[in-house]
Ligand binder design. Structure first.
Ligand SMILES: Nc1nc2c(ncn2[C@@H]2O[C@H](COP(=O)(O)OP(=O)(O)OP(=O)(O)O)[C@@H](O)[C@H]2O)c(=O)[nH]1
Length: 327
């Protein structure tokens, strides 16, 4: 049964209601009640149009002659109105309170019981419509959330790609800068060691065996650094054949243990290499860093040590205590 039919009284019902109701004259724009008001009166439209506005994104309803509204206030008593009701045009309404309705029940119980059944059906259908709308809105929200999650996932993947080196999967310089900024923001100024790592005579590997073998050697170096880095440490390819490793360490001995392991592992792998190299020997400059300082200072300190390691023939670690004075 369509909703509009259910809201409209039959001729006999209308005549019955009219026989006991008070007539109320209304004017276009006049408010009859507002959402949330407690009400005990129901209305039947004698002439003119009335709008029911249920608020939010619910569809407003326009009612015309012989249609009724506000019946829950009368039947339940002091029911909070679920809509704003206002006159769209000038017109007349039949107004019924509880006393008048009692009189109708006495006068024509059959008609009133039919009216009540319809009123209940209308409430139930409205409720079902509301549930359907809420379900649809829930599904829309779910879909929006899913797409938001997918976008966030894509964004974090893109962000991770921007921070990593394509060839080795280690952090790149951008990743290193972000990592340092994050540490400084979190005041993670506890001891750190810096290892600056450079491949020895890497140009020769490229020249002798080709670029692809050179790439594999760089990946081999990255794998050693990755295996050394613990949670919170950072392995980074600074560019070309130059890498660095930031490790949690409070003393020179701790940093040197990491450094010796890196150089020793490369030496061990070189001994296992066949005609095609999988790794090359490494030179390391090592130092302790203080996160109150600057990356440039730490880099200069480690680079001075690395320079010495290279001058001494490579395949070794050199240590630097203080940042060298600029030349
Ligand atoms: N295969 C490969 N080679 C690269 C890549 N990036 C830089 N290179 C090469 O790495 C070489 C680095 O050479 P150099 O800086 O002279 O260093 P080196 O030959 O190791 O010399 P020393 O450091 O003095 O021992 C250059 O020949 C670059 O072309 C890369 O992604 N893949």
């Amino acid at each position: 049964m369509p909703d509009t039919d259910m809201a409209e009284l039959s001729s006999s019902e209308y005549a019955l209601f009219a026989s006991v109701a008070r007539i109320r004259r209304v004017y276009a724009g006049e408010s009859l009640f507002r959402r949330g008001d407690l009400g005990t009166t129901m209305y039947v439209i004698a002439s003119g149009l009335v709008e029911l506005d249920f608020g939010e994104d619910l569809v407003s309803k326009s009612l015309g002659p012989r249609e009724f509204f506000g019946e829950l206030g009368l039947l339940i008593g002091d029911h909070a109105r679920s809509a704003d009701a206002s006159a769209i045009t000038d017109g007349e309404l039949l107004e019924l309170r509880h006393e008048e309705f009692e009189r109708l029940v006495e006068r024509s119980p059959e008609l009133i019981s039919h009216f009540l059944r319809r009123a209940i059906m209308r409430v139930v259908l409205n409720e079902q419509g509301l549930i359907r709308r809420l379900r649809r809105r829930n599904q829309d929200l779910q879909a929006a959330l899913d797409s938001l999650r997918a976008t966030t996932h894509q964004l974090s993947q893109t962000e991770a790609l921007i921070r990593s080196d394509e060839l080795t999967g280690l952090h790149n310089r951008r990743g290193l800068v972000q990592h340092l900024q994050e540490r400084q923001r979190n005041h993670a100024t506890t001891g750190l060691g810096l290892l600056l790592v450079d491949c020895d005579r890497f140009k020769h590997v490229n020249d002798e065996h080709g670029h692809l073998v050179g790439d594999r050697v760089l990946q081999g170096v990255a794998n050693i650094l990755r295996s050394v880095a613990g949670p919170g440490d950072l392995a980074c390819r600074l560019g070309g054949d130059e890498f660095c490793l930031l490790v949690k360490a409070d003393t020179r001995d701790e940093v040197m243990r990491y450094a010796d392991f890196v150089v020793g592992t490369a030496q061990g792998l070189m001994q296992m290499s066949q005609a095609t190299p999988l790794i090359c020997s490494l030179s390391l400059g090592a130092c302790l860093v203080d996160l109150d300082g600057e990356w440039n200072d730490w880099y200069a300190r480690a680079d001075a040590a690395l320079y010495r390691a290279k001058r001494l023939g490579g395949n070794r670690v050199e240590w630097q205590d203080d940042t060298p004075a600029p030349a």
